[in-house]
Design a protein around this ligand. Structure first.
Ligand SMILES: Nc1ncnc2c1ncn2[C@@H]1O[C@H](COP(=O)(O)OP(=O)(O)OP(=O)(O)O)[C@@H](O)[C@H]1O
Length: 772
């Protein structure tokens, strides 16, 4: 059970877009939505009784000169929260939303972290009652379509959130109903025959974007409308998905064209015909991927079109803020079909349906955000009237004129007949009473010849003669009358033939108009396509030129880079050469030093050997003298020996020093050799790298030159194509122009080109459909 909590909301000047953790909810809404109770729609609600349907806001007073009145307002947004389904109840799904705390608000239930959010719309409804939804906002919109304003109601929301449930209508006031679905981006007539033409999207200045070749059912009762809906629903694409047993797999549009005009339409002064259209759209639900492949494909199309609907709405909002944006109505069939409604000339209500469970929280939030964005769109619905000076009115005047003439002729014929029968009566009376009595003669004389003087001065014979004369005169008069009657008959016949001919001619005109309109629209389409293609080619050429420029820049910079690298390589080589020659010199000098030291060492060693040899020889020689001498000599010898030993030690030390020096020098030499090797390896690697760089650069340069050539060829080709196309387009336009002119001359209709012609043609067609 959902237990509503009382919330302490303090209105602020603008809504915050954050969610607090304090347990207090924050209003999450756009700044354009008012705090506190939502202000009623800008349009006054239309009264339900026909008597009171003269509200000055929508119904202009007859004296109003302005022919198009606008209803300026924001899109009405109603959020509908459906109850838990049986399945959801069985699965003990947790509720996520409650309505309130104030009218038009919906609140997310607190999480364990204590977060909560409140959203505000024109109204928020819950429960099973559809009536409530209609009375909340849709009824007003539908009633205003009866007054000549376009209206669109669409249900938006996650799959199984209740769109179809909400949109099942039952209304009594429609005249012509069509029902289409957009399935996988294609339009399908849901109530048409199999052999009818394929529905196509067309654009007309007066009607805006509309779907051609749709079967339209003329309805006079609610039951007929329901029958049309039933027929359409049976043909609609519905399948069982992971989320909904009867899931709508297409967007459907139930279109009701409401025509209104004064009863006495044949009198041109009676005013214009009002035409409006009510679109009831049941969108397919946004959804996550489902397990079935086909359903997944369908889902892809559905999500893509819903995304483009969202984008179009965002672009419209940006445009309203004077940002230069192109609204991409053509990005999906849905947005293209809804172009007229979305571009402002319609009042719009959106029912955003959300799922009550936590499991669907993200989707519900997405829907609510969509609702917020949609709320910002401002529309300006205009009453559509058929122009007083239109072809329709001309046709109506001609028909009225002919009818008056016919009436006159009929009256004339009646009068002549009366006179004739009167004269015949006279003749019959006179022939029945022959020979006439005085009374009969006098009666005759009374009737035929006026004046009493004739009776008083004439005999019966004279009266007779006069009667005879009168009779002859009457006969002559009768003959004349008969002739004039025949003439009148002939004239009436001629007039009838003329009327018939006029009707046929009018029919012929409207057929020609239709054909011309068709040709013109196809010509417009071709021209649009051509100009679009030319534009695309221009952009492509521009792109190619800029790409070429950037490639040329790249080429120049890579050549500069190449030059730099060559320079660096040369410098590096010079440095390396210098270093190598320095190292060689160093190595040579070191080698010389080492050699010198080796020589010195060898010399020393030789000297040392020689001295030791001499000392041993002298010791051997000294061992021969007398004992006397021996002491002195021994002392001398010892001293000498000591000196020699000292000298030898010093020499030894020197040799050791030298050998250490040699070792050090050898070490330095080895290090030098190693570094020389390293340098040589590094220079080899650098050389290799440079070679690779050069190769890459050469390759890139060749590629760039090839690409440049290709681009130039392509640019040349595109330019040639563009020129050919422009010529073809202008030739076609000229041809079309000539055709139109010759057709016009044939029909003897004043030549009007372009949009005005299309409008007049459409108007005439419309008038014809009504008059027939
Ligand atoms: N307000 C409501 N009260 C009672 N039942 C409802 C309500 N809204 C929807 N339902 C039920 O919920 C189920 C799903 O509704 P519905 O088919 O209208 O969803 P949907 O949004 O049109 O889904 P989809 O377009 O993706 O197929 C239906 O069984 C419907 O009867």
């Amino acid at each position: 059970m959902i237990r509503p909590r009382s919330l302490n909301l303090t209105p602020t000047s603008s809504f915050s877009t954050t969610t607090t953790n304090s347990g207090k909810p924050t209003i999450v809404s756009s700044s354009s939505i008012q705090v506190g109770p939502v202000s009623p729609p800008a349009t006054p609600l239309l009264p339900s009784s026909p008597d009171s349907m003269v509200s000055p806001s929508i119904f202009p007073s007859p004296t109003t000169s302005s022919r198009s009145m606008s209803i300026r307002e924001n899109v009405q947004v109603i959020v509908r929260l459906r109850p838990h389904s049986n399945k959801e109840q069985q699965q003990l799904e947790q509720p996520c939303w409650i309505t309130g705390p104030e009218p038009g608000m919906i609140q997310q239930l607190q999480t364990r972290k204590g977060q909560s959010s409140v959203f505000q719309y024109d109204s928020v409804v819950s429960g099973v009652d559809n009536e409530l939804v209609y009375h909340t906002g849709i009824g007003d919109l539908v009633r205003s379509t009866m007054a000549g304003y376009n209206g669109t109601v669409f249900a938006y929301g996650q799959t199984a959130s209740g769109k179809t449930y909400t949109m099942n209508p039952g209304r009594e006031f429609m005249l012509r109903v069509s029902y289409l679905e957009i399935y996988k981006e294609k339009i399908r007539d849901l109530i048409g025959d199999n052999d009818q033409l394929i529905p196509e999207i067309r654009e007309d200045k007066k009607r805006g974007v509309y779907v051609k070749n749709l079967h339209e059912e003329i309805v006079t009762s609610a039951q007929q409308v329901l029958d049309v809906i039933k027929k359409g629903e049976d043909n609609r694409h519905i399948s069982a998905t992971d989320y909904n047993t009867y899931s709508s797999r297409s967007h459907t549009i139930l279109q009701i064209v409401i025509e209104s005009r004064s009863k006495d339409v044949y009198t041109p002064e009676q005013g214009s015909v009002r035409v409006s259209q009510l679109n009831l759209i049941d969108l397919a639900g946004s959804e996550k991927a489902t397990s079935d492949v086909e359903r997944r494909k369908e889902g892809g199309y559905i999500n893509k079109s819903l995304l483009s609907l969202g984008n179009v709405i965002s672009q419209l909002i940006q445009k309203m803020h004077n940002e230069k944006v192109h609204v991409q109505y053509r990005s999906s069939t849905l947005t293209r079909v809804l172009q007229t409604a979305l571009s402002g000339n319609a009042r719009i209500s959106i029912v955003c349906t959300i799922n009550p469970t936590w499991r669907s929280k993200d989707e519900s939030l997405n829907t609510l955000r969509f609702a917020q964005r949609a709320k910002l769109i401002r529309t300006s619905a205009k009453m559509t009237k058929i122009n007083e000076h239109s072809e329709l009115q001309k046709c109506l005047s001609t028909i009225a004129e002919l009818q008056t003439k016919m009436q006159e002729k009929t009256e004339q014929e009646f009068e002549t007949k009366e006179r004739l029968s009167h004269l015949l009566g006279l003749i019959l009376t006179s022939s029945k009473n022959a020979p006439p009595t005085v009374a009969a003669v006098s009666k005759l004389a009374d009737r035929v010849i006026t004046g009493d003087s004739i009776l008083s001065h004439s005999t019966m014979q004279e009266v007779f003669a006069q009667c005879e004369q009168g009779l002859t005169a009457t006969r002559e008069e009768m003959f004349e009358l008969q002739q004039s009657l025949e003439k009148a008959h002939k004239t009436t016949h001629e007039q009838n033939a003329y009327i018939k001919k006029q009707r046929q001619q009018l029919e012929h005109y409207s057929q020609s108009i239709e054909a011309l309109e068709k040709e013109l629209s196809s010509c417009h389409r071709d021209r649009d396509e051509y100009s679009q293609q030319v534009q695309e080619y221009r952009e492509h050429i521009k792109e190619l030129t800029s790409r070429m420029a950037s490639l040329e820049n790249e080429l120049v910079s890579s050549q500069e880079k190449q030059d730099d690298l060559v320079h660096v390589i040369a410098t590096r080589e010079d440095q390396d050469h210098e270093q190598v020659s320095e190292l060689k010199l160093l190595t040579e000098s070191l080698q010389e030093q080492v050699n010198l030291l080796h020589e010195q060492l060898e010399e020393r060693l030789e000297e040392q050997e020689l001295s030791s040899l001499a000392s041993s020889t002298s010791s051997v020689t000294l061992s021969i003298p007398s004992v006397k001498q021996y002491d002195n000599e021994k002392q001398q010898e010892e001293y000498h020996h000591y000196q020699q030993q000292q000298q030898m030690e010093a020499e030894k030390e020197k040799v050791e020093q030298n050998s250490r020096h040699v070792e050090e020098l050898e070490k330095i030499l080895a290090t030098c050799r190693e570094s020389l090797n390293e340098k040589e390896i590094a220079s080899l690697a650098v050389e290799k790298k440079l070679k690779t760089c050069m190769e890459t650069l050469n390759k890139k340069t060749t590629e760039l030159l090839i690409t440049k050539k290709q681009l130039e060829e392509e640019r040349h080709k595109k330019q040639t194509e563009m020129v050919t196309m422009t010529i073809t387009s202008s030739q076609q336009q000229q041809q079309q122009h000539d055709n139109n002119k010759s057709q016009q001359q044939k029909l003897n209709i004043p030549v009007i080109y372009g949009g005005a012609w299309t409008i007049l043609a459409a108007t005439a067609m419309y008038a014809f459909s009504i008059s027939c």
